[in-house]
Ligand binder design. Structure first.
Ligand SMILES: [Zn+2]
Length: 466
C-alpha cells in the first residue's frame, strides 16, 4: 500500500530529497506544479483532472484575492468576518503545504499531510475541522500547517506567563538583536554564529554584572528570519524578564541604559564569532513594556513578531502569505513562506534554492528558547496563581488539535488520488465537513470522482473494505 501511495503522489521524483538546486530540477518541479496549478487556476481551460467544480477550486487557490479586488461583498458580522479571514489563512497554509510536498528539501516535511493509516478521517469540533490519519511533520520552520498550530499554542503560553509575571509586580522589556548582513551570506553560517554568539555573551562575568544590576530573571529568545536586498536577515526578538517594575519615564531610562550595555556585549560577541559588525542604530534595540493596557498592546505587537507574521488567529497573516501584495515592494523583505509562495507562482529556480536553503539552515534550531532558571521560576509563579504550565511538546500540541466528532472517512487510496494531488482540495473537504457534515463531504467527494466504495461512516467499515 505504501508503494502505491508513493506512486500515486505527484511529488518527490528521484532527487527531490536533496532539493531542486539546479535550474533544470526546479523547472521540472515547476512543470509538475504547473500541472496542478492548471487544475486550480485557469478558468476556461480544460480541466485535466476532470473536476466538475473548477470555480470552487479556483477560489480556494487564491484565497484572499477576492477581497482585494472588491469582487466579494464585505461580510458585516465581525465574528463571521474573523472566521472567514481565518479560513482564508488556513486555506493558504494548506496550499503551501501541498506546494512544499513537491519541493521540500526535508523528507519528513514532504510527507506532511499524506495518509499514514488505511483510512483518513475528518473530525469536526466547534468551528473547526481536522484530519486524522495523516502524518504531521511538526516542523515549526518549514511547514506552513504545523508551524501555525505550534506557534499559536506557544504564543498563548507566552501571553499567559507574561500576564502572571506582570501581576506579580515585575516588569518586562523587549529587545531586538541583529547583525549587518550581505547578499552572499549563507543563512546556516549566519544563524549558527548568531546563536553561538548570543549564548557565549551570557556566560561572561560582564553578563553576570549586568544581570545583577538590572534584576534580570531571564530571557525568552525568538528567532525571526527574513530575506531582502542584502540577503538573509536573521534576527532575535528577546523578551527580557525584569524583577523591578518602574514608572514610565524611569522604565524608558532603564531601557536606554540596558540597550547601551547590551550593544557593547553583542558587538563584541558578533565580531568574535565572525559576524558582520552590528550597527549602533540597529544592532540592539530595547523598549520597555508598559503596564496595563498599553503594555498589553506592546506585547501583542511583540508576540505577533514572534509568530513570523505568518500565523495566528488574530492578525492579518494571509496577506503576507498569499499573492496580494506582490507589487507593493515586498521584495525588499520577504518572510520564508513568501519566498515559497513566490516560487509556486513563478517557478523561479533561484526562489526554490533560497527556500531550500532556509529549510536546511533552520533545521535543528529552536524557534523559541527560555533560560532554564526562568522556566523554573515561572512554573512556580503559575502555580501560585492557580494556573497550569503548558508543558506539551510540539507533537503533543498537534495531536491535541485532533479532538472532535467524526464526520466521516475515506480510504487512503482515494485521499492520495483525488485530494492530495490537488493544491486546495484537502482544505475544501474540511470546509465542507465543517458546514455540512457527512452529506456535504460525500457530495464534494463525488463531484471529484471519488468512488462511493472509498467513502465510509466509520473506520471499521474502511478497514473491511481495504
Ligand atoms: Zn507539517
Amino acid at each position: 500500500m505504501a508503494a502505491k501511495r508513493r506512486a500515486g503522489r505527484l511529488a518527490a521524483p528521484a532527487g527531490a530529497g536533496v532539493g531542486f538546486g539546479t535550474p533544470e530540477a526546479a523547472s521540472a518541479a515547476q512543470r509538475r506544479l504547473g500541472k496542478t496549478a492548471n487544475n486550480v487556476s485557469a478558468p476556461g481551460q480544460p480541466d485535466p483532472a476532470g473536476g466538475r467544480e473548477r470555480g470552487r477550486v479556483r477560489e480556494g487557490a487564491q484565497p484572499s484575492l477576492a477581497n482585494h479586488n472588491g469582487a466579494q461583498a464585505p461580510a458585516v458580522d465581525p465574528a463571521e468576518a474573523q472566521a472567514t479571514a481565518y479560513d482564508e489563512r488556513r486555506a493558504a497554509r494548506f496550499r503551501l503545504r501541498r506546494v512544499n510536498g513537491h519541493v521540500s528539501a526535508l523528507e519528513r516535511v514532504r510527507k506532511c499531510g499524506t495518509p499514514c493509516s488505511e483510512v483518513v478521517g475528518v473530525k469536526v469540533t466547534a468551528g473547526a475541522a481536522h484530519y486524522v490519519g495523516l502524518s504531521s511533520c511538526s516542523s515549526i520552520w518549514a511547514c506552513a500547517v504545523c508551524q501555525a498550530t505550534i506557534r499559536q499554542a506557544r504564543s498563548e503560553d507566552l501571553e499567559n506567563k507574561t500576564g502572571v509575571w506582570m501581576r506579580a509586580g515585575n516588569s518586562l522589556a523587549m529587545a531586538t538583536f541583529t547583525v549587518s548582513h550581505h547578499e552572499h551570506d549563507r543563512l546556516k553560517a549566519q544563524l549558527n554564529a548568531m546563536t553561538t554568539g548570543f549564548r557565549k555573551m551570557q556566560q561572561g562575568r560582564r553578563w553576570q554584572k549586568f544581570k545583577d544590576a538590572y534584576g534580570l530573571a531571564g530571557l525568552t529568545k525568538a528567532i525571526e528570519i527574513t530575506h531582502g536586498e542584502n540577503g538573509w536577515h536573521g534576527h532575535f526578538h528577546v523578551l527580557v524578564w525584569l524583577r523591578e517594575a518602574l514608572e514610565d519615564d524611569a522604565a524608558t531610562e532603564r531601557a536606554r541604559r540596558m540597550e547601551d550595555e547590551l550593544y557593547a556585549m553583542w558587538h563584541k560577541a558578533a565580531v568574535k564569532h565572525g559576524l558582520g559588525e552590528p550597527s549602533r542604530a540597529h544592532g540592539v534595540r530595547v523598549d520597555p513594556v508598559r503596564r496595563g493596557e498599553a503594555g498589553a498592546r506592546d506585547l501583542a505587537k511583540y508576540i505577533a513578531k514572534v509568530q513570523d507574521k505568518d500565523t495566528g488567529k488574530t492578525h492579518n497573516a494571509a496577506m503576507e502569505m498569499t499573492r496580494v501584495d506582490l507589487k507593493s515592494g515586498r521584495r525588499k523583505s520577504r518572510t520564508p513562506f513568501q519566498i515559497l509562495d513566490d516560487f509556486s507562482a513563478t517557478g523561479d529556480a533561484a526562489e526554490l534554492a533560497l527556500w531550500n536553503e532556509y529549510e536546511k539552515a533552520t533545521k535543528g534550531h529552536k524557534a523559541l528558547t527560555w533560560t532554564p532558571d526562568l522556566v523554573k521560576e515561572l512554573k512556580k509563579l503559575l502555580k501560585e496563581f492557580g494556573q497550569d504550565d503548558d508543558e506539551r511538546t510540539d507533537e503533543e500540541i498537534l495531536e491535541e488539535e485532533r479532538d472532535g466528532e467524526v464526520a466521516g472517512f475515506l480510504s487512503n487510496r482515494a485521499f492520495g488520488r483525488y485530494i492530495a494531488r490537488h493544491l486546495t482540495r484537502d482544505h475544501e473537504l474540511l470546509q465542507a465537513a465543517k458546514s455540512g457534515g457527512w452529506l456535504a463531504m460525500v457530495a464534494l467527494c463525488q463531484s471529484w470522482g471519488v468512488p462511493d466504495e472509498d467513502l465510509f461512516r466509520s473506520p471499521d467499515q474502511g478497514r473491511r473494505a481495504s
